[in-house]
Write a protein that binds this ligand. Structure first.
Ligand SMILES: [Zn+2]
Length: 429
């Protein structure tokens, strides 16, 4: 039996809790209920996007569909966004969009990023689920914004796959479409739940070696062999590898290697990509690859043509305070702590660039059995199952609840912003 004193204490505590957690708790329920409701039609939207399977720069029907859904939710939607001319490429500006919803008076801005481009094999990276988890989060927030300070941005970021050099997000960043964002959210389906934020910094290089053609048998001494410049570059890079940190990845191909075998190749070309866990290490290795190409030029008497690319991808900046917020929400939605797992294999994404400008988080959610790799037929199939959809709904809810916390809990937002500054200062060390 409890003493009457402790009963009184419990009653007082319960009343206090109800008072302090009341309105926010009620809003959280409103958000998740709205998402449960929206999930029915969003499942159809996801299926449509999956069937459309439009590749990067061609996501016209997909973006039109998403814009329509966001407008139905009450968002002010703008398409045909302006981006720098040299980053427009074929269609980024046409398939990108931005949707906005203002809340009750001034406050922070939370931004949801939606990806929706497919691969040649269809939605083998599950971007249909990124788009629709974001759409559900937008639906959840739409329900509470009239009583919530701040605003919501939903940015449609096309061309993540094909545009790995630059990508839709870089063009949109440079076009200023993220300006004013306080926190940026995105999700990604995978074979696990994960808060792993690592994406490799990446920069590409194209080396062109110009020489002089000659008859390969009759007068090779009169020729200068462009292909030899390429080969010496590869050899130099291979000598270099031994002394690079383990996470540095250098992969190259011969893009042009000459014509008929009886003619000394006048022109040859190699393409390389250089990656590393942090941007500074990647840049350091990159500079050494360029030196390898210079060695190729010097050693063979060819002329090297090389121009630094317009855009490189930075490594992701992770903000622990933000990871905590979203992970707590995922757990609150029933995903056990032991279900979270880091990745063993890493790649690059234009997401890194966004994370360098604004506190950003990517939530990986489990739609496929562990061991299912991205960019496979198996993942494509998983991106259109009821099982995968359940996780997508949880991801959408976790994003909405976390975004809502950022809008309504200034102390949490400040911790995220301070953590972001700290993480950025550490980047590259
Ligand atoms: Zn992807």
């Amino acid at each position: 039996m409890k003493s009457s004193k402790s009963v009184v204490l419990i009653v007082v505590l319960a009343a206090l809790l109800a008072f302090t957690a009341g309105p926010a708790g009620a809003d959280s329920k409103k958000i998740t209920a709205a998402i449960d409701e929206a999930s029915k039609s969003c499942r159809g939207v996801s299926q449509q996007i999956w069937e459309l399977k439009e590749p990067g720069q061609q996501e016209f029907k997909t973006s039109a569909l998403l814009k329509e859904e966001l407008a139905k939710l009450g968002y002010k939607v703008t398409g045909d966004l302006k981006v720098p001319d040299d980053l427009v490429k074929d269609g980024i500006a046409k398939t990108a969009f931005k949707a906005e919803m203002a809340g009750k008076g001034p406050g922070p801005t939370v931004t949801l990023m939606l990806e929706y481009d497919a691969l040649a094999i269809g939605h083998g990276c599950g971007h249909n689920l990124i788009a629709t988890s974001g759409l559900m989060a937008a639906a959840g927030l739409a329900k509470v914004m009239k009583d919530t300070p701040g605003r919501v941005f939903v940015i449609g970021t096309p061309d993540e796959e094909r545009g790995s050099l630059g990508g839709g997000k870089v063009a949109l960043l440079e076009g200023g479409h993220f300006e004013g964002s306080d926190v940026v959210f995105i999700t990604h389906g995978a074979d696990r739940w994960s808060m792993d934020q690592r994406f490799l910094a990446m920069k590409r290089a194209t080396f062109t070696f110009k020489g002089k053609s000659a008859h390969a048998a009759a007068a090779p001494h009169k020729g200068i062999n462009g292909l030899r410049g390429v080969m010496l570059t590869f050899n130099c890079v291979d000598q270099l590898r031994e002394h690079l940190r383990q996470d540095v990845r250098i992969h190259g191909i011969v893009a042009k290697g000459g014509g008929p075998v009886n003619i000394v190749p006048e022109l040859a070309q190699a393409e390389f990509a250089c990656r590393a866990l942090d941007t500074a290490t990647m840049e350091n290795a990159y500079a050494r690859i360029v030196n390898c190409a210079k060695a190729g030029e010097l050693g063979t008497g060819t002329t090297l043509e090389f121009k630094e690319p317009r855009v490189a991808l930075k490594a992701t900046v992770a903000v622990p305070a933000l990871l905590e917020v979203i992970q707590a929400n995922v757990k609150g939605l029933g995903v056990a702590a032991n279900q979270f797992k880091d990745f063993d294999e890493l790649a690059s994404s234009d997401l890194g660039m966004v994370s360098y400008s604004y506190p950003t988080v990517n939530l990986w959610f489990k739609i496929a059995p562990e061991g299912t790799a991205l960019h496979t037929d198996a993942l494509r199939e998983a991106a259109n199952t009821d099982e995968g959809w359940k996780a997508t709904v949880i991801a959408g809810k976790a994003v909405a609840l976390s975004a809502y916390e950022m809008l309504t809990k200034p102390e949490k937002l400040k911790a995220v912003q301070d953590g972001f500054k700290e993480a950025k200062a550490k980047e590259g060390k």
